[in-house]
Design a protein around this ligand. Structure first.
Ligand code: F6P
Length: 363
């Protein structure tokens, strides 16, 4: 039987196993075998590590978080920017990947990954290796697709956290700051904040001030609401000016990775208002656990479509969501294009209409 390869690369997210299962089942019915490489791209080269996947050994993984194949965002394939300003891999390494694909007689290789991993897949494609891409990230920040799987599950986690913070904040009349992921965009904070009834949402796409947050807290107190829920995206920017600039520098130096802003905001607010302030960093809880029903469907459709691309010889393409359809675009078009929250878009506007504060106007 002809063979297809698959690997999962970069940070994990709910729905990876659903893609692996959908790929395996679709390939099986079309008469293909599937080879799953271990630990992202690393499994492709010295030593080559893979397992043959079948409907039998992928049974039950639809609902499981993480990836049965393992993943890595470090090692020999980690993105390095070359002289051209683009991510560039050692040509010898690409040559070894080509040898593996040839030796295992793969008709195509499915790369399930985020922006960095898809840039690697693009280099494979340019070197003549038959690849197709499947986009994944909880951040939902890829321009070429309306949704990435994992996002909806991360939003559910954020919503659940807010539901829990709501009751304890109300009981103790506290201000709660919840820091969520999202890298350089505010999608998780925006959607989680709306779904979880946040009073203030702070995102990288909208500049905000402490004064405006304090005005919102005061406005709520005037309405006999003595607690406030604030959601902040890890990539949100602190306001410039005075002490806060130093704080911001501190955060950026301390955190090569994003994060830490929730604590800075909570500590600063506590010094400015007569109320208890607490913070929670949701962290990798957002990436763990099983996928929501939405993500199960999206990931399954992505897996099935990726196999179809291989059988049709449409290499160098990435599957994407264009509701209500699943389509594909060239990987070259899809990478290096971040989709940020549009402050004049309907989600932000609806949130404002309900009185949610983005910190850019008082109350
Ligand atoms: O891109 C997904 C993501 O979870 C971001 O939201 C977050 O900034 C980053 O990855 C965390 O990466 P790591 O798992 O390396 O800490």
């Amino acid at each position: 039987r002809p063979r297809i390869g698959i690997l999962t690369s970069g940070g994990d997210c709910p729905g990876l196993n659903a893609v692996i299962r959908a790929t395996t089942k679709t390939a099986f019915w079309l008469g293909y075998d599937v080879v799953g490489f271990r630990d992202g791209f690393e499994g492709l080269v010295d030593p080559i590590r893979y397992q043959v996947l079948s409907p039998r050994n992928t049974a039950g993984i639809l609902v499981q978080g993480g990836t049965i194949l393992g993943s890595t965002n470090k090692g020999r394939f980690a993105a390095r920017v070359g002289e051209s300003g683009r991510a560039e891999l050692d040509p010898q390494l690409i040559g070894r990947v080509a040898e593996t694909v040839e030796r295992l007689k793969l008709e195509g290789l499915i790369v399930v990954g985020g922006d960095g991993s898809l840039s690697t897949a693009l280099q494979f494609h340019e070197a003549g290796i038959p690849v197709v891409g499947v986009p994944k990230t909880i951040d939902n920040d890829l321009k070429a697709t309306a949704f990435t799987f994992g996002f909806n599950s991360a939003v559910l986690c954020c919503t659940d956290a807010l539901d829990r913070l709501h009751t304890t904040a109300a009981s103790h009349e506290r201000v709660m700051v919840l820091e969520v992921m999202g890298r350089h965009t505010g999608w998780i904070a925006l959607h989680g904040g709306i779904a979880g009834g946040a009073d203030v949402i702070l995102i990288p796409e909208i500049e905000w001030t402490y004064d405006n947050i304090i005005a919102k807290i005061a406005e709520r107190r005037a309405l006999d609401k003595y607690f406030t829920l604030i959601v902040v995206a890890e990539g949100a920017h602190l306001p410039s000016g005075g002490l806060v600039v130093e704080e911001q520098a501190g955060v950026q130096n301390k955190q090569v990775r994003l994060g830490g802003i929730g604590q800075v905001i909570a500590e600063r607010l506590e010094g400015m208002i007569e109320q208890d302030v607490r913070f929670v960093v949701l962290g990798h809880l957002q990436r763990g656990g099983g996928p929501t029903t939405f993500d199960r469907v999206l990931a399954s459709e992505y897996g099935a479509h990726a196999v179809r691309l291989i059988t049709e010889g449409k290499f160098g393409q990435m599957v994407c969501s264009d509701p209500p359809d699943i389509r594909d675009v060239s990987i070259a078009e899809a990478v290096d294009q971040i989709r940020t929250v549009d402050p004049s878009g309907s989600a932000v506007q609806s949130a404002r209409a309900m009185g949610i504060c983005f910190g850019d106007t008082p109350g």
